[in-house]
Design a protein around this ligand. Structure first.
Ligand code: ADP
Ligand code: MG
Length: 427
């Protein structure tokens, strides 16, 4: 589709387009002149017979026919993308020279305007290439403007106008092609992503399952040891903490590509937020982060899976804290709107998210942290999706990030959306 692409399939497509283009070019060019200089005269009194003796005369045809071996040579050299530009340029130059030889310094009025011009623009969508479309349109119109200026002849206006109209039509067709191809690419990409996730998900679930059992006995025995030797050393809490960490990573892994069963119950959002803040409080204090929480009363109870919702806010608040290693302020704001939607926003003053990373957020294993897993946002996204909610991320690099979670207050009928609901914007 674009010049930069070197895939054999696309090169093959380009060659097919060039072949079609060359056929059309010669049929139009020779057909038009055949009609104009032979047939027209037969039936009307209009026009002259035979090869024109003005301008380049016979040379015009010789030069134009030379484009063919030149094109074949360039294709053979492996540059099929170049051919259309070279033909376009050679044609324009030849045509200008021909026109100048006929009209320059004479009192003849300009009466040219070749059907081949139309071909260049009208069929430009076959290359599905905007650059070529613009080159052809600007080139052909430029040719007439140049001739108009040099010959001081306003008769170039009709062909300019015709060209503009044809260009507008071709542009619409081209845009349709582009839009269609983009949708196809998008669908294909989505499918590929889903398949990838399914494979990773199966693998992760299998491995996770195998790890969890030995992990829980390891934790049990470590706790037992700790109880038996309460005074021996301080390493047991660290060991238990690390086992918990492995466990939470394994849990996240098992989330990839498949939703969990949800246990909906009436929950107070204040409690969920308070719980998550209490767990993260120590880390926040260590980093010198002040936390400001505002809850706009009244807050109706949410119908949701508490355990999973806690996981959501734990991930988001942890990300906010981790984005401010040098301290700062984190604001958690909760409000209910029209008693059917709950808005929870988490604003930090951290590093922000770079533009080039924005699209990767929520992809499994995408992380910019040294010991990050890149699973937090994916799990969060999945849980919010299962709750029919929305996740919006706004970030200004160097200034901070605002993460908004919007949850329906009453879960009526859960429809699992297939589309991704993570909405991200950078400023
Ligand atoms: P992890 O935290 O393990 O890296 P996440 O899925 O939670 O994985 O986050 C993925 C990435 O998104 C992070 O590595 C970070 O680059 C970016 N990110 C998420 N939240 C924030 C935030 N509040 N501020 C800055 N960057 C963030
Ligand atoms: Mg995280």
């Amino acid at each position: 589709m674009e010049e930069s692409s070197n895939s054999p399939k696309l090169i093959y497509e380009e060659k097919k387009a060039i072949k079609l283009f060359l056929w059309l070019f010669y049929i139009f060019f020779l057909g038009y002149d055949l009609f104009y200089y032979y047939l027209l005269h037969k039936f009307t009194n209009y026009g002259k017979v035979g090869i024109p003796d003005d301008g380049l005369g016979l040379w015009l045809y010789i030069i134009i026919l030379c484009f063919l071996p030149l094109s074949i040579y360039i294709i053979k050299k492996g540059n099929p993308y170049l051919v259309k530009y070279i033909i376009l340029l050679s044609y324009i130059i030849t045509d200008i020279i021909n026109a100048l030889m006929i009209y320059f310094g004479t009192s003849l009025t300009f009466a040219m305007g070749n059907i081949v011009d139309v071909l260049f623009i009208f069929f430009s969508p076959i290359f599905v290439n905007k650059k070529y479309f613009w080159s052809a349109s600007v080139g052909i119109i430029g040719k007439y403007i140049l001739l108009g200026v040099v010959l001081k002849d306003l008769n170039v206006l009709p062909p300019i106008l015709t060209t503009l109209i044809i260009a507008a039509i071709a542009f619409i067709v081209l845009i349709r092609f582009y839009s269609y191809i983009n949708s196809l690419t998008y669908v294909h990409e989505e499918l590929r992503q889903k398949e990838k996730l399914a494979v990773i998900g199966q693998m992760a679930a299998a491995i996770g399952h195998e790890i969890r059992n030995p992990l829980s006995s390891l934790k049990g025995f470590t706790q037992l040891q700790q109880e038996r030797n309460p005074n021996s050393n301080n390493y047991y809490p660290i060991m238990i903490q690390e086992i918990d960490r492995i466990n939470s990573i394994v849990n996240d892994l098992m989330y990839i590509g498949k939703p969990r069963e949800l246990k909906f119950e009436k929950t107070s959002i204040e409690e969920v937020i308070a719980y998550t803040l209490s767990i993260t409080q120590q880390q926040a204090e260590r980093q010198g982060i002040t936390v400001e929480t505002t809850m706009v009363e009244p807050l109706p109870p949410l119908n949701c899976d508490v355990k999973q919702l806690k996981q959501v806010f734990l991930n988001l608040i942890k990300n906010a804290i981790e984005s401010m290693p040098e301290g700062g302020m984190m604001q958690v704001h909760v409000k209910a709107v029209e008693s059917h939607k709950m808005y929870i926003s988490i604003q930090d003053e951290g590093c922000g998210i770079a533009d080039e990373n924005i699209l990767n957020l929520g992809e499994p294993f995408f992380t910019t942290k040294k010991d990050g897993t890149g699973l937090g946002l994916m799990v969060t996204n999945q849980i919010i999706k299962d709750h029919n909610g929305e996740l919006k991320i706004e970030s200004v690099i160097g200034k901070g990030t605002n993460v908004k979670v919007i949850l329906p207050i009453i879960q009526e009928k859960i429809e699992i959306h297939n589309s991704t609901i993570i909405q991200i914007s950078a400023k």
